[in-house]
Design a protein around this ligand. Structure first.
Ligand SMILES: NC(=O)c1ccc[n+]([C@@H]2O[C@H](COP(=O)([O-])OP(=O)(O)OC[C@H]3O[C@@H](n4cnc5c(N)ncnc54)[C@H](O)[C@@H]3O)[C@@H](O)[C@H]2O)c1
Length: 462
């Protein structure tokens, strides 16, 4: 079936409302020999044959993600690299799902050719390579995996704290040049030192636990009041954190309020000989101010994983043509410079593959948008195999007055068991489970919803 987006267009008039199964249908059902109470088996909502769903995965998406999609029976084509725009356009015309990482640009020009596209999986953290607004307005959901690499970043920061405290980067560089330089001056244990975490979210809070296990005292500053883990302590202001911490580490999002949140004035408040770590976003630290603070000895060491401008590919690009101060930065002592690798581990890639793979399957099979970055987040309890003549109606529509009244007029002739709707900007997403429906009812519901002027996308799953 070519048009999974408009599934009823190809439904035979006399089709029976049977459940099309996939290898995972029985996965959660225990063998009958287990005895005990029988749990309802979630029903796979697929009015299409799974092998009709065409998926294109680019940029060497992790095997964990590929496995989840192929186990569903979908047709999966996986390529190791991204594609030039003309080839991407050629391929995207045909697929229902595309999985990308950061290099593939899904802009308006490309997406406008993607007539069958239902959903985009960004097997990475960022989504700025996708025109999210255009996708939403055309009923294409976008999913990513924002937190699967939190642990990897927290572990990197622990490594950096010790590396800076012991000047390991410099010693290693010296040894690589043949210089033996055994020193203990201004080299410290981290036990008993204070770590100041700015932004106590997924990464900051993981780090808090790890740092305490290393014998550090942890304080944190966040714009919201958050429960302290272990014996860590929230401080009321950024200033108080900067005055108290031996190591300051940033874990805030990139926002107008966080731009240059560490600049000359904040560096001046930090303890003499303290350390700064930034593995959040490059715009959060005013790097020329940091260079001055390190030159004066105020800051004894720094680790930067992120930069205001970053190269788009690997190669010899970390020079002044990207950011005017890069060569000065490289000339400093006790500074660790890494190429945005905080989240780059095999474990994180595998976790991303699983998280995005699962989100795609949930969306394709059941219309669930939990975790979507461009659609309202909607979920309903799964239908089970004990509910044979049910259907799930999904109606993505413009968020304009009067739509729900019209939709409910259409659904109102049927037994709507549960219904949920939410909006995000000018887009709204409605999901309704209707019971005792015949194929002819579904066709009628589908055609009526499609005829509304507010319609962006109608899906009927059963
Ligand atoms: N280096 C890497 O490879 C890498 C990998 C993953 C994430 N990151 C970045 O790390 C940062 C943190 O990620 P996360 O997953 O922990 O995010 P998160 O959303 O879980 O946590 C961010 C925290 O910062 C707080 N915050 C927001 N504005 C603040 C402000 N002005 N002052 C103080 N606190 C503020 C929020 O309340 C929240 O608790 C993000 O910028 C993310 O992009 C980098």
């Amino acid at each position: 079936m070519a048009q999974a987006r408009n599934i009823l267009t190809s439904l035979p008039q006399d089709a029976h409302l049977s459940v099309s199964t996939s290898p995972t249908t029985t996965f959660h059902s225990p063998p009958s020999s287990f005895g005990g109470a029988r749990r309802p088996v979630p029903k796979q909502l697929k009015p299409f044959n799974t092998q009709d769903i065409k998926i294109l995965l680019l940029e060497n998406v992790n095997q964990s993600g590929k496995d989840i999609l192929t186990k569903q029976g979908y047709q999966v084509e996986a390529l190791k690299s991204s594609l030039p725009e003309d080839q991407l356009i050629e391929k995207i015309r045909d697929v229902h799902v595309i999985g990308i990482r950061s290099k593939t640009k899904l802009n308006q020009k490309v997406l406008s050719e993607a007539k069958n596209l239902l959903v985009i999986g960004c097997f990475c953290i960022g989504t700025n390579q996708v025109d999210l607004e255009y996708a939403a307005q055309h009923g294409i959901a976008v999913f990513n995996s924002p937190f699967a690499n939190s642990r990897s970043v927290a572990e990197l920061v622990i490594a950096e704290i010790i590396t800076l405290a012991r000047q390991l980067g410099d010693r290693s560089n010296e040894m690589h040049k043949g210089t033996w330089n055994k020193v203990s001056h201004k080299c410290w244990e981290i036990r008993g030192k204070t770590l100041g975490i700015i932004g106590y979210g997924h990464i900051g809070s993981q780090l808090s636990v790890l740092a305490e296990a290393m014998g550090m005292s942890v304080i944190y500053y966040d714009v919201v009041s958050l429960m302290a883990l272990g014996t860590s302590r929230q401080v009321p202001t950024l200033d108080s954190l900067l005055r108290e911490a031996d190591f300051v580490t940033l874990h805030v999002p990139e926002l107008p309020e966080t731009k240059n949140m560490i600049s000359a004035a904040q560096l001046a408040q930090m303890k003499d000989g303290s350390y700064l770590i930034n593995a959040s976003r490059g715009t959060v630290v005013d790097i020329p101010a940091l260079i001055n603070a390190m030159r004066s000895g105020k800051i004894a060491g720094a680790a930067l994983d992120v930069y205001p401008a970053e190269p788009r590919a690997n190669g010899d690009y970390f020079n002044n043509s990207l950011n005017s101060w890069e060569e000065e930065l490289r000339s400093l002592n006790n500074i660790i410079l890494t190429p945005h690798i905080g989240g780059s581990t095999e474990e994180a890639q595998r976790a991303i593959g699983i998280e995005v793979g699962d989100a795609l399957v949930r969306y394709i099979n059941q219309g669930i948008t939990l975790g979507s970055v461009n659609m309202p987040e909607i979920n309903l309890r799964s239908l089970t195999l004990e509910e044979p003549d049910y259907a799930r109606i999904i109606y993505v529509h413009q968020n304009v007055p009067g739509v729900l009244r019209k939709v409910n007029e259409i659904l109102g002739n049927h037994n709507v068991d549960k219904q949920i709707s939410d909006s995000r900007g000018n887009l709204a997403y409605l999901m309704a489970d209707v019971s005792d429906v015949r194929t002819s009812d579904l066709k009628e519901i589908y055609d009526s919803l499609e005829a509304l002027s507010s319609r962006v996308l109608t899906r009927v799953l059963y």
